[in-house]
Design a binder for this molecule. Structure first.
Ligand SMILES: Nc1nc2c(c(=O)[nH]1)N[C@H]1C(S)=C(S)[C@@H](COP(=O)(O)O)O[C@H]1N2
Ligand SMILES: [Mo]
Length: 334
């Protein structure tokens, strides 16, 4: 059981304001020819309006989720407040500003959903929306999340070990990597409909892990946070969380998990290979070409001037994974 307050989603004041800004930006983008009307209008018009007048029309629904606490793999550091976890996001499919995912993903449809597990496995299978939260016992794990942009959060995730999902498919001995893919649906994801909104990424967003990284017990698939199912902006209905790697490895809204024998392409590596590697292990000794990775801004309840600069730790403090990289030059395999 989790002990968090379960308030229903309500639309904060600043979001209403942001929505106005977004509407005017949308008009501009349309005029510039970057987006077709359908791409950006879909998330709002696809909602049944007028039925629940007391509910904000654009609120994505989350529901309480029970999970077994896992103190042995959880940090006791102060949690990043829920409001920050769900309003400061990277999810370029919904725009590149930190507030864009929250503002643009409220109409995201996740039910029905299909997650396919295939590739080099003896027993490929798929999970539907309900299965995501029922097929495997759920745990609550409090992990640090360290973005490559040098900010970090402490988040109470709900999920299960990726290795449980993989083992169920009976991986073949030839499987050496695991490839992940986010939903491709430009009707729902404005960033996929427009290179301008989506930061120039070639969608769908893809990620990958070596099989031993994927099988490591710290690697989880998350279906919730703060005692509830995942908000759209955090990668509903299911996303990866690899706590010792930079945040961009933790791919959101996954529809396919494929076992392969070759290293799969990964989105940020494809976009800027000198800056983002396949491994992307958190490493204070290897700077990003354009900024230091020695320290990070921990997002807490304090304001922008809060003293929340902390040292970054190798593997984001998860030193038990170091043995996975024995003998590897971590400067070369960044
Ligand atoms: N599909 C997809 N997954 C994604 C991203 C994205 O833009 N698209 N951003 C990544 C980055 S850079 C980070 S830091 C984390 C942020 O997760 P959060 O918004 O839940 O904190 O999601 C990662 N997963
Ligand atoms: Mo990130």
């Amino acid at each position: 059981m989790t002990g968090y307050r379960r308030s229903s989603f309500s639309l904060p004041e600043h979001m209403v304001t942001d929505e106005k800004v977004y509407q005017s930006r949308r008009t501009l983008l349309k005029r510039l020819g970057y987006v077709g009307a359908s791409g950006l209008l879909a998330p709002r018009t696809s909602l049944a309006s007028g039925w629940f007048d007391d509910e904000p029309e654009t609120a994505f629904k989350t529901v309480p989720l029970d999970a077994q606490a896992a103190p042995d793999v959880s940090t006791s550091e102060t949690l990043t407040p829920e409001q920050r976890v769900i309003s400061h996001n990277n999810f370029y499919e919904f725009g590149t500003a930190k507030s864009d995912p929250k503002n643009n993903a409220q109409g995201f449809k996740v039910d029905p959903w299909t997650l396919q597990i295939d590739g080099l496995v003896e027993a490929p299978y798929s999970l539907g929306y309900e299965d995501l939260t029922t097929a495997f016992p759920l745990q609550e794990r409090i992990y640090r999340l360290r973005c490559v942009e040098a900010w970090s959060m402490v988040i109470p995730w709900i999920g299960f070990e990726l290795n449980a999902l993989l083992k169920k498919a009976k991986p073949m001995s030839s499987a050496r990597y695991v490839a992940f893919e986010t939903l491709y649906d430009p009707e729902q994801m404005p960033g996929q409909a427009s290179r301008f909104v989506g930061g120039g990424i070639d969608y769908p967003y893809v990620e990958g892990l070596r099989i031993d990284e994927a099988m490591h017990p710290l690697t989880i698939l998350s279906v919730g946070l703060y005692g509830k199912t995942l908000p759209a902006q955090n990668g509903a209905p299911i996303r990866l969380v690899v706590p010792w790697k930079y945040g961009f490895k933790s791919i959101k809204s996954i529809v396919r998990i494929r076992l392969t024998d070759t290293q799969p392409p990964t989105t940020w590596n494809r976009l800027a290979p000198q800056e983002y590697g396949f491994y992307a292990n958190v490493n204070p000794a290897v700077d990003h070409p354009r900024w230091s990775q020695a320290s990070e801004r921990r997002i807490t309840s304090g304001g922008l001037l809060a003293r929340n600069r902390i040292d970054t730790l190798p593997f984001n403090g998860y030193s038990e994974v170091a043995s996975l990289y024995k003998g590897m030059d971590l400067r070369r395999y960044y």
